[in-house]
Every structure is written in structure tokens, then in C-alpha cells.
Design a protein around this ligand. Structure first.
Ligand code: TPP
Ligand code: MG
Length: 289
């Protein structure tokens, strides 16, 4: 059956969705190779967010130009879950912001590819993130700046679900509502796992849709691994004029790699050479770099 068939929704071409799916798996394997190489990283959240990142950057949702990374009218993307830099850097490289070979330097001394993204070092990075709970406040400030300058660019921000336990997110959300920032799009990587355990066993997130709605957002839940759904959703922002948008993307932490799926231990698990080979087979992609 074709990917969009029977869903009744407008779709990008099936071959484009298939292409995005292959790119997302390339991002997954690349991130795991980086973690294997550096012996550090955040595999689980890299894998859960790969489809979202691929759709934004390679599905032509974000209006960005890797040859002019600081163009004023570009859309901004803030990787608030900055610990998942392996997936983020792999996506930026795949989009052409810097050579793919540079991914090999992940976390080496003097590398531009720090464990956490640094906007002063790497083209395409819009905000320094890693300490959880900072990306959304920064994104709200950016969206407000665009509004004050009467400029049309949008701000997309990807947050982790465990990250939402940081109170600063909810202060920022109140501010976004106050200023009716419908140029702000929050995407929650709802993989149900944080560091060490499931979110619902730590600090419950549900009812998450109701919470965002109560904070003045137009909210939509969707499958965070369905490229057609992601593409359609991100193409139809704002969800409601005058309101910031929030997409709760249901994902699987460790998605695509059997031994890592849904396992809290793989939050920052480091794959061995053998595990990398298994991952490559399961993801069905050629070696990355
Ligand atoms: C303020 C802060 N506290 C703690 C950490 C350590 N830390 C890194 S990732 C993480 C868990 C994040 O979970 P989640 O937001 O669900 O991310 P994902 O599942 O997408 O990896 C923690 C506690 C941090 N980076 N920043
Ligand atoms: Mg999580």
C-alpha cells in the first residue's frame, strides 16, 4: 500500500516520503557512529527525533539556506534537547551546512562539534542548548523579535518530554500566549522516557495536550515517525491564527534499532562495533562515513 493511501489527507509524493525515511535512517546510523566513535552521546533521543529533524530540514519545511546561514529572513530552529547533538549535527551536515566528514570530529578537542551545540562555532546552530529548559525561552524571544520587526520568519523548537519538567518552559509558554506568537512552533519529542526512567514514573506529563491547550497553544498530536503526517502538520502552521502551535509527536526512544527501543538505559547508551553493525543492518542504510 502506498504511504498516503486511504488516509484522506493531502500528501507529499510517496517517493519523497520514502526518501525522507531513508535520510532519517542515515541520520540515525550517523548519530550512532558518532557516539561509538566518541564513546559518549545520547543514542535513544537521537533515534527518536531523526524523523522530525529530517522532515524539517530535508523535507523543505524550514526556509534555510546552508550557503547563507545567517540570512535575516531565514526560519530559526532551536534544538532545545541539545544533548541529542548527534542527530542534529548529522541533519545539518546532510542539509549541507558543513562537510559530512566533519562529523568524525564529534567531541574531539578543538572540534566545532561539541557535546552540546554552540552557535558561535557551527553554521546552522541558532542557539546554545544542552542545559534543559532553555531552548523554548530563547525561541520565544526570537519569535517576539520577529514580531516586533514585522518580519515573516518562523521559529521551530524541538523539546524533550522529560525536559518539560523544567519550569522555565511554562514561564516561556505563558509569554508566548501573552504575545499571541503564532510564528512559534513547539514540537515535543514524546518518547515517554527521560534520563534513567519513564517520564510517568518520575514526574507525570499527562494530560500533556490539555496542559499546552491551557497555556494558550493550538495543539495537535501526531505520529513522530510518520513523514507524511509530520510534513503535512509542519506545512499547516500556525494551527490557529493568533496562537502559538504545539505538536506532540509520539515517538519511540531508540526507534529503528531493536536493542535500543523503549529502553531507558539507551538514553546515553554507547554502541559497540557489533551493535553498530546490527543497527546498520536493521536501519538498512549504507555505512555513513
Ligand atoms: C538542566 C539540566 N539538568 C539535567 C541535565 C542532564 N540530562 C541530559 S538529557 C536528560 C534527560 C532528558 O530527557 P528528555 O527531555 O525526555 O530527552 P530525550 O528523551 O528526548 O532524550 C537529562 C536529565 C541537563 N542536560 N540539563
Ligand atoms: Mg524523552
Amino acid at each position: 500500500m502506498s504511504l498516503g493511501e486511504g488516509s484522506g489527507r493531502p500528501s507529499i509524493a510517496d517517493d519523497k516520503a520514502q526518501w525522507l525515511s531513508e535520510k532519517a535512517n542515515w541520520i540515525r546510523l550517523s548519530a550512532m557512529s558518532m557516539t561509538n566513535h566518541a564513546k559518549l552521546g545520547h543514542t535513544g533521543g537521537d533515534l527518536s527525533s531523526a524523523d522530525i529533524l529530517a522532515t524539517l530540514y530535508l523535507g523543505q519545511i524550514l526556509n534555510v539556506d546552508p550557503n547563507k546561514p545567517l540570512l535575516q529572513e531565514r526560519d530559526r530552529f532551536v534544538m532545545s534537547k541539545g544533548h541529542c547533538s548527534g542527530a542534529f549535527y548529522s541533519t545539518l551536515a546532510a542539509r549541507g551546512f558543513f562537510p559530512i566528514e566533519q562529523l568524525k570530529t564529534f567531541m574531539e578537542p578543538l572540534s566545532m562539534l561539541n557535546g552540546h551545540p554552540d552557535r558561535n562555532k557551527l553554521p546552522g546552530v541558532e542557539a546554545n542548548t544542552g542545559p534543559l529548559g532553555h531552548g523554548l525561552p530563547i525561541a520565544v524571544g526570537m519569535a517576539l523579535a520577529a514580531r516586533m520587526r514585522n518580519e515573516a520568519w518562523r521559529v521551530f523548537v524541538l523539546v524533550g518530554d522529560g525536559e518539560l519538567q523544567e519550569g522555565s518552559n511554562w514561564e516561556a509558554a505563558m509569554c508566548a500566549q501573552q504575545y499571541s506568537l503564532d510564528n512559534l512552533i513547539v514540537i515535543v519529542d514524546r518518547n515517554r522516557i527521560q534520563q534513567g526512567d519513564f517520564t510517568e514514573s518520575t514526574i507525570r506529563m499527562e494530560p500533556l495536550m490539555d496542559r499546552w491547550t491551557a497555556f494558550g497553544f493550538a495543539v495537535q498530536q501526531l505520529d513522530g515517525h510518520d513523514h507524511l503526517a509530520l510534513h503535512q502538520a509542519f506545512s499547516s502552521v500556525p494551527l490557529e491564527k493568533g496562537k502559538p502551535s504545539c505538536f506532540i509527536a509520539t515517538t519511540i526512544k531508540g526507534k529503528g534499532v531493536s536493542f535500543a527501543e523503549n529502553k531507558p538505559a539507551w538514553h546515553h547508551g554507547v554502541p559497540t562495533e557489533e551493535q553498530l553493525e546490527i543497527a546498520q543492518r536493521e536501519l538498512g542504510v549504507e555505512a555513513t562515513w
